[in-house]
Ligand binder design. Structure first.
Ligand code: NOJ
Ligand code: CA
Length: 724
């Protein structure tokens, strides 16, 4: 029993009791390297990428059991993860370039009717492997994604009571760590009720944290708080921190399939418990073995920009399960939508009804004339009259109001290459929606609708379902119930080649890789809050989103309202941007479907700016975050998929600033014409938001662009190769 691992390709280690004894002996007689363990000095059994050691407790320690410990590092060696078992309890810790970024933190699972995975654990086996593969996205921020990681799977066994096994699997990338629990098939777990996890993330309490409150009535639709971590309340993920040394971390999860999401609950300063969201009966997860948790993720970077260039969440998801998904189409759309939010039209029937046949045709004409491929129509189906917020049962998903001829408008659009985009507002009444799901999607399929926006506004208490006895239950939007419901909708839609854009969704955990028809979602405060929110979004909101919510995946923010002062100059409700900043959102806030959210008639007032919205693509060959600091400013460059043009979006918070962008991403030796949509000299989001200057410059990859961003301003740039 000497060299257990050489570091690669499925090396295995199984320790039975006899072997543990021999390993202890090897450790004390022939250890090769000194390692700092948490409570004692560990003698590492071997050097290399992976290590297992057994540590004798310090003399006089009451604990009779040895500390068992296993390590794995990232391919570049920058990140190290240690799993240890001490006194029967499992812990992990993460270092980055030698600095502890997650200090020793608990692992474990608690069950309702079964002994916890905690207190009597021992490392029974350990297995390592590594991977370096590049895979292709059907659509996305980049076509090719590299998955390069080292993996360590540790089997923990209980020593008391019946034999029970839990695998903790770590994947360590150069840009972070994912780990999950796997409970293999075994007698003790035929039916399982998980009461909670013991998982913790122990961070430095004096880090700076950007967070929104977790488990609150308005789901993920909150302005971000910027506080010392120790002052953070219960928070949703992704939650981002900057340590006193400037290391940036984002805690989130990946591949949440049939499990509860977690919120971060601070137990002691800096100690964040992964608190699973309960079902209405208090149980967190109901399942049976074999099952796995979602991946708990820690993205790690020396600077803020590094977080933005990480593919870790996608890499931890399973490959596409839908086969040919060429029917999933990125694109740009307009909609009968903003008019309702600014109260010029109504969702419900009556003289101001927005979703009429003639109004839809007017939008379709505008879409066809300006290169949009879809028109979203909200309020077309029966159910919007009365208090739809709290009465989801009134929605009929296949029955139109009499002034909306759905057959006629979809035919009219298709003849112009414009599709009707479907809408299912459920008001969170899941039973009502699920009972009509097939009929609703059948109708859309027959009409040639390929994209449906769903909605789960549910201010009455959450997602509602009615059991066999007629009893009503309310569930959280990030519960296991919700995870299951969203997947059901997604798979029903996929059968009919329909893509889903969910509003008031469960949080994104990268499932778009497995189900590429999950094309976008909301899940944060979007543009709508500028119409009616008190307060509306702040200038810094869009400078925080890229570093928090957007790390999880595409967002249907619905940018492009150019009539910034739609409610009059005195109203607090306005778009908190300059025109240039509003344009930059198309590049900064990634989504494969982007809305031009303003009323069509307004775009004729801002023709010059509108040109950028017409030109900007929504599907990318490559994306690079260039510069940025959380909550202050950010700039992205993205290259059009299937094209040569690059686009840049840059924005700032309420502070004006200059940013200097290197253009090294351009093809070297090639000349490009940059069309720059910049803040004019007097631009200011409050006093002069319309001041836009559009100009051209010839540039090459060795140039830099020095951009002047106004207060809550920005820049949007198109770079076209110059004719040779
Ligand atoms: C909230 C969504 O975010 C919004 O886009 C939609 O218009 C309303 N619900 C009505 O469904
Ligand atoms: Ca919403």
């Amino acid at each position: 029993m000497n060299s257990f691992f050489n570091g690669h390709k499925s090396d295995r280690l199984f320790l039975d009791e006899g072997e543990q004894g021999r390993a202890m002996h090897a450790a004390s007689s022939g250890g090769q390297r000194l390692l700092k363990a948490v409570r004692s000095i560990a003698l590492l059994l071997f050097a290399g990428l992976f290590g297992v050691s057994l540590v004798a407790p310090p003399s006089g320690n009451a604990l009779a059991q040895p500390v068992q410990s296993v390590d794995v590092t990232s391919p570049d060696g920058g990140i190290s993860v240690n799993l240890s078992v001490e006194g029967g309890r499992a812990f992990y810790a993460v270092t980055y370039n030698g600095e502890p970024v997650v200090s020793r933190s608990r692992l474990g699972l608690l069950f309702k009717d079964s002994h916890a995975f905690d207190g009597d654990l021992t490392i029974a086996a350990s297995e390592t492997s590594s991977k370096d593969e590049t895979w292709e996205q059907p659509w996305g921020e980049r076509r090719l994604v590299r998955d390069h990681h080292n993996e360590l799977a540790v089997t923990l066994a209980s020593t008391a009571g019946p034999a029970r096994r839990l695998i903790v699997r770590f994947r360590v990338f150069d840009d972070g760590v994912g780990f999950r629990y796997e409970v293999p098939a075994q007698k003790a777990f035929r039916k399982v009720a998980i009461i909670n996890e013991l998982t913790e993330f122990t961070l430095q309490p004096n880090s700076t944290a950007w967070w929104i409150p977790g488990r609150e009535w308005n789901r993920y639709e909150y302005l971000y708080n910027t506080t010392e971590l120790s002052a953070m309340g219960r928070a949703h993920t992704p939650m981002t921190v900057r340590t006193p040394n400037g290391v940036h971390l984002s805690i989130h999860e990946a591949a949440l399939v049939d499990y509860a999401a977690f919120v971060l609950q601070q137990k002691r300063p800096g100690v964040l418990h992964a608190d699973l969201t309960p079902l209405s009966d208090g149980v967190r997860v109901k399942t049976e073995a074999p099952f796995t948790s979602s991946w708990r993720t820690i993205q790690i970077s020396a600077d803020a920009v590094g977080l933005l260039n990480s593919d870790l969440i996608l890499n931890l998801n399973e490959p596409n399960k839908l086969g040919d998904v060429s029917w999933v189409k990125p694109g740009k759309y307009i909609g009968i939508w903003w008019a309702m939010h600014i109260r010029e039209r109504t969702w419900g029937s009556g003289p101001e009804h927005g979703a009429t046949t003639s109004e839809t045709k007017r939008y379709m004409d505008f879409a066809a004339a300006n290169g949009f491929d879809g028109v979203l129509v909200e309020g077309w189906n029966i159910g919007w009259d009365g208090d739809w917020f709290n009465n989801g049962e009134i929605f009929r998903f296949a029955e139109a109001y009499p002034d909306f001829d759905i057959e006629e408008v979809s035919r009219y659009g298709l003849a112009k290459n414009v599709r009707l985009i479907g809408h299912h507002e459920t008001s969170g009444h899941v039973s009502n929606y699920e009972s009509q799901l097939s009929a609703a999607f059948d109708l859309y399929e027959r009409l040639g609708v390929t994209q449906v926006k769903t909605g789960y506004v549910a201010d009455g208490g959450g997602l509602r379902w009615i059991d066999d006895k007629g009893v009503t239950h309310y569930e959280w939007h990030d519960s296991q119930f919700s995870a299951r419901h969203h997947l059901k909708v997604l798979t029903e839609a996929a059968k009919r080649k329909i893509s889903i854009n969910a509003h008031e969704p469960i949080k994104d955990t990268g499932l778009r890789r497995t189900y590429p028809n999950w094309i976008a979602r909301e899940g944060a405060r979007g543009q709508e809050f500028n119409a009616w929110g008190t307060p509306p979004n702040t200038p810094e909101h869009t400078a925080i989103l890229p570093f928090t919510r957007m790390l999880s995946g595409p967002m249907d923010y619905t940018p492009g309202v150019l009539d910034l002062l739609f409610a009059g100059p005195e109203s607090p409700n306005r778009i908190p941007s300059t025109i240039a900043k509003e344009l930059s959102l198309y590049v900064v806030l990634y989504s494969p479907i982007q809305m031009a959210a303003d009323l069509p008639e307004n775009y004729s007032k801002y023709e010059e700016a509108f040109q950028f919205i017409k030109d900007v693509p929504t599907d990318w060959e490559e994306s690079r975050a260039l510069v940025g600091e959380v909550g202050d400013y950010v700039a992205f460059a993205r290259k059009k998929r299937g094209g040569e043009d690059w686009f840049i979006g840059a924005l700032t918070d309420e502070r004006a600033r200059n940013i200097d962008l290197p253009l090294g991403f351009l093809d070297s030796g090639r000349k490009y014409i940059a069309t720059i949509y910049a803040d004019g000299p007097d631009a200011h989001w409050e006093s002069n938001p319309f001041d836009l200057r559009v100009y051209h410059r010839e540039v090459t990859s060795t140039d830099r662009l020095d951009l002047v961003l106004a207060a809550s301003g920005g820049a949007a740039i198109r770079l076209r190769p110059a004719a040779p």
